[in-house]
Design a protein around this ligand. Structure first.
Ligand code: ACO
Ligand code: KIV
Length: 560
């Protein structure tokens, strides 16, 4: 019995967890010398979207033909080459959609459609009727094989399930006849709860019966119909089948993970390490209950490792919008790679790192003469370049009360072209934080500029009216002005080595002791940090007299 260490104050949960059993009491998992932990994924498996299968999407309002067609076209343009187009015996809609594709010649020559059928001869017949006229198709047979489903759902023992599968498979072979374009697939539904020897017996029997060969391979698809264990267990199950299947060169080993434990992606990746060559799933993880494994995440996980995903998600928002339209379900804003917020940083330290990373990336690309979009990517907190997914950098940094000087400066520069000098950033960031703390909201780039304007570009107690400056002798500037400065209002003059020092001298005449501590100017604005009667403040100015305005702005802020 394990004891709870003294540093862990957690208490037993009142929930009845004793009702549930660990996976090892539910299924035998043979695990010998595992090879998958040290394997690498170096190429994309064959991706097979099953979004169009009736029932599988579990939509309250199933897709109609126009929606299915839009989805199908999206899958084709994205680059999927094997696509499950329906469960034609399930409904008129699915049958009709398959016929719509066949009759309209909508399936490109390099795409193989898959149709799904249970192990019943009447439904198999309807399935073959649906694909009549297709030059290529995979007919996908399924039946649940695990003890609970055999006993509770099908009411058939192992022998009866074996006989059902055999009868169905023979019927499929008869219906396919000599058609060279028809291939077969088998799914032992609930594979992950099925005795491994039974899985091998069924799969090997079908490989023989369907006379699979390397030129006409059979697909054996091993689903985690309902997830029951950590992904390493699924990997062990897949590796066992991979290493023990007969006529392995004539079998495409496929997986179909669901996501009940939230580990569908991990299961699929570990399954590929364990020998799977094909992965079934849905875009953005739609599907029954918690969904099928998400093919977008899987493909882009490979992409982020420098592996060709063999599909194009270069405009991820267009893909997301189409899928949302067809499924009538939103994609979560935090969804990997595709969510609205996943490339956005709100917090100060992250914004700082991203801002520096983007600048470093641009510099390195320029130095090596490589276009930015081709240069190796190493920007902190951004696993992939948002531009590769069709996203602009606009949404990468957004500002609220959790933001810091880096993000504030980045946005102001990007949207208003105002490049705050490093010394000024903490002060302006404090102004922004006060405003966002007060509002409890995000500050848009427009609002940031308005805060900047209110703080630095509005008039204060000291106003500069008619003024001029000129160099009266080499290195000697004179500044002549009318200053509104309380009881010292009037005409003032000053001299200095430049216009600014001459202006400071004129301010002295109005009783203002000003030291310019720091000064910076970019194409749009000038910035000055001044000590004004002992108080230090930053100021800014824009336009042709930006430098003078910046000092005046610092004076007014110092006097506040
Ligand atoms: C894993 C997946 O994604 S499965 C896809 C889910 N999609 C759907 O289920 C939607 C489509 N399904 C349907 O429209 C219907 O279920 C049909 C047309 C296939 C069959 O309809 P019905 O004949 O009315 O049967 P029903 O829906 O009640 O299905 C349950 C019966 O099928 C049997 N059954 C379940 N799976 C299979 C299978 N793979 N092969 C053979 N029989 C099966 C059950 O044992 C049960 O038999 P029983 O009536 O003798 O007890
Ligand atoms: C039948 C297979 C392919 C399936 O959809 C599942 O088990 O979830």
């Amino acid at each position: 019995m394990t004891t709870t260490p003294s540093w862990n104050p957690q208490r037993p949960s009142p929930m009845p967890y004793h009702r549930y059993r660990p996976y090892q009491e539910r299924v035998h998992v043979p695990a010998g010398d595992r090879r998958w932990p040290s394997a690498r994924i170096e190429r994309a498996p064959l991706w097979v979207p099953v979004d169009l299968r009736d029932g599988n999407q579990a939509l309250a309002e199933p897709m109609d033909t126009p929606r299915k067609r839009r989805f199908f076209d999206l899958l084709v343009t994205t680059g999927f080459k094997e696509i499950e187009i329906g469960y034609p015996s399930a409904s008129r809609t699915d049958f009709g959609f398959v016929r719509h594709l066949v009759d309209g010649g909508a399936v490109p020559d390099d795409v193989t459609p898959v149709v799904f059928t249970p192990a019943r001869t009447d439904l198999i017949d309807r399935t073959f009727d649906a694909i009549e006229g297709l030059p290529r198709a995979v007919v996908h047979l399924y039946i649940a094989t695990s003890p609970v489903w055999r006993d509770v759902v099908l009411g058939r023992d192992r022998d009866e399930v074996r006989r059902t599968v055999r009868r169905a498979a023979e019927h499929m072979a008869r219906r396919a006849g000599d058609a060279p374009g028809v291939r077969f697939q088998f799914s032992p539904e609930t594979f992950n709860l099925t005795e491994p020897d039974f899985v091998l017996e069924l799969c090997d029997g079908l490989t023989r019966l369907w006379d699979a060969s390397p030129d006409r391979p059979v697909t054996h698809n091993l689903p985690a119909t309902v997830e029951i264990a950590t992904p390493n267990v699924y990997a062990d199950q897949i590796e066992y089948v991979h290493r023990n299947l007969s006529r392995r060169g004539s079998v495409i080993l496929s997986v179909h993970p669901h996501n009940d434990r939230g580990t569908g992606v991990a299961c699929a990746e570990l399954a590929v390490l364990a020998g799977a060559q094909r992965v079934e799933g849905c875009l953005f993880g739609n599907g029954e209950r918690t969904g099928n494994v998400d093919l977008v995440t899987l493909a882009l996980n490979l992409y982020a490792q420098g592996v060709d995903p063999m599909v194009d998600f270069g405009d991820i928002d267009a893909v997301r919008e189409t899928v949302e339209h067809c499924n009538r379900l939103p994609v979560h804003p935090r969804h990997p790679y595709a969510g609205e917020l996943v490339h956005t940083a709100f917090s100060g330290t992250h914004q700082d790192a991203i801002g520096k990373g983007l600048a470093h990336h641009a510099r390195r690309a320029a130095e090596s003469g490589v276009p930015e979009r081709q240069a190796p990517w190493a920007v902190p907190y951004l696993p992939v370049d948002p531009a590769d997914l069709g996203r602009s950098y606009e949404a990468v940094i957004r500002v609220n009360s959790q933001s810091g000087k880096g993000g504030v400066a980045y946005l102001l520069n990007r949207h208003a072209g105002i490049d705050l000098p490093p010394g000024m950033r903490p002060e302006f960031a404090r102004i922004v934080q006060e405003a966002t703390d007060d509002s409890g909201r995000e500050a848009t780039p427009k609002e940031l500029y308005e805060l900047f304007q209110a703080a630095y570009l509005t008039e204060g107690a000291v106003r500069l009216h008619a003024w001029s400056t000129h160099e009266e002798a080499p290195g000697v500037h004179r500044f002549v002005c009318t200053l509104e400065a309380g009881d010292r209002t009037g005409d003032h003059e000053g001299t200095g080595t430049g216009p600014l020092t001459a202006f400071v001298d004129a301010l002295a005449g109005a009783g203002l002791t000003v030291d310019v501590l720091d000064f910076a100017q970019d194409g749009t604005a000038a910035f000055a940090e001044c000590r004004v009667n002992g108080v230090t403040a930053w100021g800014a100015g824009t336009g042709p007299s930006a430098a003078v305005q910046a000092v005046l702005s610092a004076v007014n802020r110092g006097l506040r």
